[in-house]
Design a protein around this ligand. Structure first.
Ligand code: TYD
Ligand code: MG
Length: 460
């Protein structure tokens, strides 16, 4: 008789399950990601899940009219930046994944959120599988006094955690991190695909069944996905990524998925000695320390969700000594930079092929909005000709392949942000200028509409 199979192959990246090993994952197209793991017996998983959390009973379907939406079912977290990314506050009973590189500040952020939620009268349970209670206390002492019902638990067994949550009935719980948690029924090691998947499953049932809001911390591995766990992304309600340059002090919290709001919002924080502080005006923050009168720089206005952010685009164009000139782009799409240089070469007759070019978004911010195109072009030409652009001028617009400057969305919001920060000039697509109600900015900013790259360069 054939031996019963009790292992399967899983893709580390996305959780795809296969009976045999595969070189490339058919789901996420990644190579060499399959690992062999024991499979969870369906029966064991079922009894564990159904038997413990929710006893079976007949369900009652409701009509839409019978479902009440309470206005106040969102809880402010005490951080406006986080509330905005969440779509206006924390939804009760939701499951939120906070992903990010190790050491970026996930535990710090969640500890601060727990602190302010408990101060607002919520019962909060912080469960750490990574740090000892002593370490947590040390961290907590850095961020300040803790008041209210905030308690801590060091535990990695989800079965124990489940019992604890059922007994303690907290309003909010934090699981730090999902990669350290394990369930008894699952034979594989913590952090493996099946463990992470089954653990999240259980947390989902606890969140939905008990109405507990649960934050899950997930570490991103070298490959840029939460270890083992893009598996998690489709199971949870909200996915937030905490990112930033480890060497810079600011951090960006980005909504990647949100069942309760839009996803293109970001929150900006700064890592300080006493924990994370909100950055209310990111433009000012990003432009701090800008050199005056330097060539090869242009300030662009990009949109992050509903929020305009001013950034400095820097370019350095130098004579090349190599057959194939060097091209690098930091903080923006390198292919886009190559494309823009090709446009300059073909449409404006600059011999870009003889020059090396380096493009950088100052401050380490990552941004690939097409509205940055025009600023990149201006910065490149400014560096090539060694002619500085007026430092009080903002530039935005998308550049097309024939060198035309195309319209971008929300132009007036971008201009308003520039005015707010004291800029006196703005180069923008002519089409945007025509549609805009300019009376609001009259006398405060000089608006220059351009139809193509050549017109924009002429302003230099
Ligand atoms: P941490 O929250 O432990 O990261 P994660 O949970 O994402 O792995 O963040 C640790 C880093 O933050 C560490 O390098 C020290 C720094 N830090 C501060 O700069 N100020 C602080 O007040 C705290 C608590 C941490
Ligand atoms: Mg941590």
């Amino acid at each position: 008789m054939a031996k019963a199979r009790n292992t399967a192959f899983f893709c580390k990246e996305c959780g795809f399950e296969s009976a045999r090993w595969l070189g490339q994952c058919p789901a996420c197209r990644e190579w060499n990601t399959f690992v062999e793991e024991p499979v969870v017996s369906r029966e064991a998983a079922k009894t564990a899940a159904v038997g413990k959390v929710r006893p079976l009973k007949k369900a009652v379907p409701l009509k839409l009219g019978e479902i009440s939406i309470e206005e106040n079912d969102r809880t402010p977290t005490g951080f406006d930046e986080l509330d905005r990314v969440l779509g206006g506050g924390l939804v009760d009973g939701s499951l939120v994944l906070v992903g990010g590189d190790p050491g970026i500040g996930k535990s710090t952020l969640l500890l601060q959120v727990c602190r302010s939620l408990s101060a607002a009268g919520k019962k909060v349970l912080y469960i750490s599988g990574e740090e000892s209670l002593k370490q947590i206390k040390l961290r907590a002492s850095r961020i300040g006094e803790v008041t209210g019902a905030l308690s801590f638990l060091c535990e990695t067994s989800l079965d124990v955690i489940q019992e604890t949550i059922l007994a303690e009935k907290p309003d909010v719980a934090v699981i730090d991190s999902i990669q350290t948690m394990y369930r008894e029924e699952v034979a594989s090691a913590p952090g493996s695909v099946s463990q992470v998947r089954e653990s999240t499953n259980l947390l989902m049932q606890i969140a939905k069944g008990e109405g507990v809001t649960i934050f899950i911390v997930g570490h991103v591995t070298k490959e840029g996905v939460v270890a083992g766990p893009r598996v998690l992304e489709h199971m949870v309600d909200t996915v937030l990524y905490f990112e930033g340059d480890r060497h810079a002090s600011y951090r960006i919290l980005r909504g990647v998925k949100n069942r309760f709001g839009s996803t293109n919002e970001i929150g900006v924080f700064e890592m300080r000695e006493q924990g994370l502080a909100e950055v209310e005006n990111p433009s000012e923050f990003m432009l701090a320390g800008r050199p005056e009168g330097a060539s090869g720089a242009a300030v662009a206005c990009a949109m992050e969700g509903t929020r305009p952010i001013l950034l400095e685009v820097q370019a350095l164009v130098t004579q090349s000594n190599l057959g194939i000139p060097r091209r690098t782009a930091a903080g923006t799409d390198a292919n886009r930079v190559n494309l823009l240089m090709a446009v300059l070469e073909k449409r404006c007759r600059y011999e870009m092929g003889r020059y090396d070019a380096y493009v950088n978004i100052a401050g380490g911010m990552k941004m690939s909005e097409p509205a940055l195109d025009l600023a990149i072009v201006i910065a490149l030409v400014s560096s090539l000709k060694d002619k500085p652009l007026d430092e009080r001028t903002v530039v935005f617009g998308e550049v097309g392949l024939s060198g035309e400057v195309r319209a971008v969305s929300l132009a007036d919001q971008r201009v308003r942000e520039a005015v707010k920060l004291g800029f006196t000039g703005c180069i923008l697509p002519q089409i945007c200028l025509e549609k805009m109600d300019t009376s609001a900015f009259a006398g405060r900013i000089r608006l220059t509409g351009v139809r193509n790259v050549r017109e924009a360069i002429a302003v230099l």
